[in-house]
Design a protein. Structure first.
Length: 369
C-alpha cells in the first residue's frame, strides 16, 4: 500500500497535465476551423466544400492553430517553474492549538525556510496557543508590511521598542518566543549598548529584563553579555551614566550570577577608526540564541543618539544572524589594552535556586534605590 499510493498520485498528475494540453490543442484547432470558415464567408465562398483544396485549407489551419494553445500553457508552466526556483511558499500550522493554518507566499525561498525553521522549532515545544498565534501574526504581518526589510535584511521590525516588557499583549510574547525556542545547553550572546539609565537601571524595565535573563539561566542556558562603558557623547545630553556607581554595581551583579560571562568594552573602541578597522567591529546592540556554535534566532536594537532603542527587530535571516554573531566574536577578540575587559565574580549568586534568584532581584532593587 505504501508504494501504490505515491504511484497513483504521480500518474494522476501526469494525466492532468496531458489532459490540459490536449484540451488546449483541441480548442485551438477548433478556433482555426472557425477562422477558416469566417475567412471563406468573407470572400463569398461556401463555408465548406468537399474539394480537396478546401479540406486541406481547414486541416492545415486547424493544425497550425492547435499548436498555439499547448505552447502558451507550456511556456506558462516554464515560467511558474522558474518562479518556484526563486520563490518559496510558506505554509504553517500549529498542532493542538487554536492557531489557524496560514499560507504565505510568494517569498524568497531562503526567507521562507528560515521562518519555517523558527515556527517548527517553537511548535515542537509545549508552547501555549498565544505564543503560536503571535508567531503566525508576526510572519503574516511581516511579509505584507515589511517586504523590503525581510528581503534585504532577514529581519522584522516590531512596533514596540521594548518587546516583552511593555503592556502590549503581543509585545510580551516576543521574548517568549526566545524562551520557548531555547533548549538546555544553548547560549545567549548579547550586548548592552543602550544607555543603562533608559533600560537596565530604569525600574519599569530593569527588573523585568533581569528576571527574563534569570529564567533563561534556570532553564540551563548560559549568557555572555558585553556592556558598553564610558560613552563620549551622552554627557553632552545630560544623559551621562553613573559609571563608577550604579552602572558599575549593575555590571558586577550580572557577573556574579552563575551561568554568565560578563565583559565591558570602551565605546572609544568603536569610535576609534584604527581599532574599528583592526578588529572589524561595530556597536550593534543585539541578543542572539546560539546552539552548537550557530546562531538560531535573535533580537537587534537600533540605538539612537541618546542611547535609547528607537527600533527593535526580530532577526531570523541566517545571513543577518551570522553577521551579528561574527561581530560579537570579533568584539570578544579585542585586547584588554584596546578596551575589552572580562569582569570576574566577587560574590556569586546561585541562579538555579529560588532563593538565589530572589537575592539577585533584591540586589538590583538596592542598586535602583
Amino acid at each position: 500500500m505504501k508504494n501504490s499510493c505515491p504511484k497513483k498520485v504521480v500518474i494522476q498528475l501526469i494525466e492532468t497535465d496531458n489532459s490540459s494540453l490536449l484540451i488546449a490543442g483541441f480548442f485551438s484547432g477548433f478556433i482555426g476551423v472557425v477562422l477558416t470558415a469566417v475567412s471563406r464567408m468573407a470572400n463569398g465562398e461556401p463555408v465548406f466544400d468537399t474539394d480537396t483544396m478546401v479540406v486541406s485549407q481547414y486541416l492545415l489551419t486547424s493544425m497550425a492553430t492547435s499548436i498555439i494553445g499547448p505552447a502558451v500553457i507550456y511556456i506558462h508552466r516554464l515560467q511558474m517553474n522558474a518562479n518556484e526556483m526563486e520563490y518559496g511558499v510558506l505554509s504553517m500550522n500549529w498542532p493542538k492549538s487554536n492557531a489557524q493554518l496560514t499560507k504565505i507566499g510568494p517569498v524568497r525561498a531562503k526567507i521562507a525556510y528560515s521562518l519555517r525553521n523558527l515556527i517548527e522549532g517553537i511548535s515542537t515545544k509545549d508552547a501555549d496557543a498565544r505564543s503560536e498565534i503571535i508567531a503566525n501574526e508576526i510572519v503574516h504581518w511581516t511579509l505584507h508590511e515589511q517586504e523590503a526589510n525581510v528581503r534585504d535584511f532577514g529581519r522584522i521590525q516590531l512596533i514596540s521598542q521594548t518587546p516583552g516588557l511593555s503592556q502590549d499583549a503581543e509585545a510580551k510574547d516576543t521574548y517568549q518566543l526566545i524562551t520557548e525556542f531555547a533548549e538546555k545547553g544553548d547560549v545567549i550572546y548579547a550586548t548592552a549598548f543602550t544607555n543603562t539609565r533608559l533600560w537596565w537601571l530604569r525600574p519599569q524595565t530593569g527588573e523585568k529584563f533581569l528576571n527574563f535573563n534569570l529564567d533563561l539561566i534556570k532553564r540551563g542556558l548560559g549568557i555572555h553579555r558585553i556592556f558598553g562603558v564610558n560613552h563620549p557623547d551622552w554627557p553632552d545630553f545630560d544623559l551621562a551614566e553613573d559609571e563608577e556607581g550604579a552602572k558599575k554595581k549593575l555590571i558586577q551583579l550580572h557577573s556574579n550570577m552563575n551561568g554568565t560571562e560578563t565583559y565591558t568594552i570602551e565605546y572609544k573602541s568603536f569610535t576609534n577608526s584604527m581599532l574599528r578597522t583592526r578588529y572589524n567591529i561595530e556597536a550593534r546592540d543585539c541578543m542572539l540564541l546560539v546552539r552548537n556554535g550557530k546562531p538560531y534566532f535573535g533580537l537587534e536594537w537600533a540605538v539612537d543618539l541618546f542611547g535609547e532603542a528607537d527600533k527593535v527587530y526580530v532577526v531570523f535571516g541566517q545571513s543577518q544572524l551570522n553577521s551579528l554573531f561574527e561581530n560579537l566574536q570579533s568584539i570578544l577578540r579585542v585586547d584588554e589594552a584596546d578596551g575589552l575587559t572580562k569582569i570576574p565574580q566577587d560574590t556569586p549568586f546561585d541562579t538555579k535556586t529560588d532563593d538565589g534568584r530572589q537575592e539577585v532581584m533584591k540586589a538590583l532593587q538596592r542598586i535602583l534605590g
